[in-house]
Design a binder for this molecule. Sequence first.
Ligand code: NAI
Ligand code: MG
Length: 344
Amino acid sequence: MSRIAVIAGDGIGQEVIAEAQKALSVALPGYESTEYDLGARLYNRTGEVLPESVLSELDGHDAILLGAIGDPSVPPGVLERGLLLRLRFEFDQYVNLRPSRLYPGATSPLADVKPGDIDFVVVREGTEGLYTGAGGNLHTGSPAEIATEESLNTRYGTERVIRDAFERARRRRGHLTLVHKTNVLVHAGGLWKRTFDDVAAEYQDVTTEYQHVDAAAMFLVNRPHTFDVIVTDNLFGDILTDIAAAVTGGIGLAATGSINPDHTHPSTFEPVHGSAPDIAGQGIADPVAAISSTALLLEHLGRADAAAAVNAAVERELASRDSGTTIRTGEVGDRVAADVAGQL
Ligand code: NAI
Ligand code: MG
């Protein structure tokens, strides 16, 4: 029996996760869920972000389904570093996976792109780079203040994420693009490029390409159909995946997994969007991104059949929408869950 930890979090996180769980209970009948109250509400009540006891309880689950955390009342960084990043580091979630697909019915801001034209995944490194917190401030607040933020890259860390990306490319259309900035960031870029070339030698069936991150940002906009799998470091991946979400119809549809491919700790699946305080409590948040994140979760648990059913239901839901109609969160969840039930 699969054990899923559920962190619905703040704002619309609560609303969209309720709908994701409707789909999940059909796709993964009898799964056991444990709800954890974490996020801005807990922080404002007790000052706690991720108590040690909760961290070790989470570790006993097969996966974590997360809504969104954050509220204007919490200083920036507290929850991002203390909860989201902490889970990635503690649970060694070194693959941050973000599929980007333009579904029929979703509107891209790009002219002349049709459904099916955009279908790629970004494999973003999740445990190294500029996100480790290495660095510091000196003479803080004075005119002489110094700040450093160091990018940490290891052969071990780059090799394992690059291997994962090659495996995914092999299961898809067989094309992998490395994105970095080797012409300026020669130290880290050199390590990434050499590791990439070494691993590529073992994957003769995968065609490879290298792009500087600035060029990749442009190509994601003017020729997104040329991408299949992209592998890149933590910061570049963060930025590129927001461009990717935008060109495929927006943040309300994008899902992500912070994955430990070795299954030594649970992986986290969540919509890319945040807690959207501007629309929270109105029942109008789109739950599609949260529902799609359950498909990633199912795939990670080896339930490709159930994942495909959820994806097909999402595809039909989006195709059925008229542009301009207001979404009712609960109705979308009911429709998608019923569709999944009809398939399995
Ligand atoms: P946001 O993603 O919450 O909202 C940005 C805009 O998109 C808003 O206008 C919102 O109404 C809209 N939107 C987002 N999700 C939607 C959905 N499912 N359906 C319809 N519209 C949707 O980003 P924002 O406003 O920058 O951040 C709000 C809070 O969320 C902050 O506290 C931030 O720190 C947190 N946040 C948390 C994330 C996470 O838990 N992984 C990720 C991003 C932000
Ligand atoms: Mg981001």
